[in-house]
Design a protein around this ligand. Structure first.
Ligand SMILES: Cc1ncc(COP(=O)(O)O)c(C=O)c1O
Length: 408
């Protein structure tokens, strides 16, 4: 059957995305990785650029774990022992020892009773929000929350949903008050780190408000934090925003193993009863394969490293390098959003100028991410740099030098 009629419509939709400025376009294809050499960190080869080397300043792999020898070996050994894929969903015959060990380890790491893994953090958020949102639930969500949260709420059709201005605790309190007497259960959901800006949620204020109004709801208030960009990137021991803000009253913590942990997959940790309930009700868990056994084994290795002296050293180096880079940008009189997270947004505040600077950097062998409207509000156009523990001082100085030349 010819697809010409539908393809015409799809082409129009794509043109609409292009006009809106939200078309992602052609992807950068990495064809090879060069391990760190001398004073340089890892370099990447890209399709269409021959043997030109690129420095990644836009990776979520904040600790450089994915390229570590011990992690790669753990992944290889598990593949040899258990095979390449799980072969089934968890409740059929896809649960392997490393999956279960990883769940226990994640729970221990975050000081929670139990843990549960999914194929990604996106799947975790989508998977858990719908079973937790009953017909009598109101969901209250930060305006800058990640796309997974926005879509999960849409899919779950709560009794009501309210969006509070980014980190605006007065608006959050008003939203809770407006819901009193209207529903049995309330869920407050927020990103831990907001990845476009590198800033973090006000967890203590959120927990205070949840505690204050919890008695007013028959089934209580549940707090859910997706700290995908926080875990392994911030906090003295890499526990993320809960550690950074010294706040342990969060009910459900979601995160990814695909960013600082350097592997792949998502998870949540919480009370054992919550996990028991979600194992029976979360569709993305029940009807979809888990991460591979080798990924689970590699993630276990990553957690072991993170929770050791080596991990502390990597985190310290990451903090220092981030501070060094931020200071360098400020000294060059670039505008940056203040913070300590390795996401360092250089505010350009103009789409054309942002595109031009991203191109200039790429010509110089530096990969960075330009963010424009509608991904960020008009006037907040930025280049998002991300520092990783495998960036060397040479690498960071090189980026600063290129940015200095650009200004000249
Ligand atoms: C807050 C948040 N949640 C979820 C995700 C998705 O993570 P994953 O790649 O594990 O699905 C991201 C990544 O961009 C994120 O920033």
């Amino acid at each position: 059957m010819s697809l010409s009629k539908i393809e015409k419509v799809l082409s129009q939709e794509l043109s609409g995305l292009k006009e809106k400025g939200s078309l992602k376009g052609e992807e950068t294809v990495i064809t090879g990785v060069k391990q760190p050499q001398g004073d340089k960190g890892p370099r990447y080869f890209i399709q269409g650029y021959g043997d030109k080397e690129f420095l990644k300043m836009n990776s979520n792999s904040y600790l450089g774990m994915g390229l570590r020898k011990e992690v790669i070996e753990a992944e290889e050994e598990a593949t040899k022992e258990f095979g390449a894929g799980p072969g089934a969903v968890r409740f059929i015959s896809g649960t392997y020892k490393p999956h279960v060990e990883l769940e226990r380890r994640l729970a221990r790491f975050h000081n929670k009773e139990a843990g549960m893994i999914f194929s990604s953090a996106y799947a975790t958020v989508m998977g858990i929000l719908s079973p937790l949102i009953s017909k009598d639930t109101i969901v209250i969500s930060d305006a800058l929350n990640h796309n997974s949260i926005i879509n999960a709420i849409r899919l779950s059709r709560p009794k009501d949903k309210k969006i509070y201005g980014h980190n605006n605790m007065d608006e959050l309190e008003s939203a809770i008050k407006e819901s009193l007497g209207n529903c049995q259960r309330a869920i407050i959901v927020t990103d831990g780190i907001f990845s476009m800006r590198g800033d973090h949620a006000s967890l203590s204020e959120i927990a205070d408000l949840a505690e204050k109004y919890d008695p007013e709801f028959e089934e209580g208030i549940l707090t859910i934090v997706d700290d995908s960009h926080g875990v392994g990137a911030i906090g003295e021991t890499g526990r993320g925003v809960t550690e950074f803000t010294h706040e342990d009253r969060i009910d459900i913590l979601v995160s990814t193993m695909g960013k600082a942990l350097g592997i792949n997959g998502g998870y949540l940790v919480s009370d054992a009863k919550v996990i028991e309930y979600l194992r029976e009700t979360a569709p993305f868990y029940i009807y979809s394969n888990p991460i591979t056994v080798s990924e689970a084994s590699a993630a276990l290795k990553t957690l072991e490293i993170l929770d050791s002296d080596t991990g502390r050293k990597l985190l310290k180096y990451l903090r220092e390098t981030t501070a060094y880079f931020r200071k360098g940008l400020v000294d060059l009189e670039y505008e940056v959003i203040k913070g300590e997270h390795p996401v360092v947004p250089l505010m350009v505040r103009d789409t054309k100028k942002t595109i031009a600077l991203v191109k200039y950097l790429k010509d110089k062998g530096i990969l960075s991410t330009g963010l424009y409207y509608p991904v960020v509000p008009k006037g907040d156009e930025e280049i998002r740099f991300q520092i990783c523990a495998d960036h060397t001082k040479y690498d960071v100085d090189y980026v600063l030098e290129v940015l200095k030349e650009y200004k000249a």
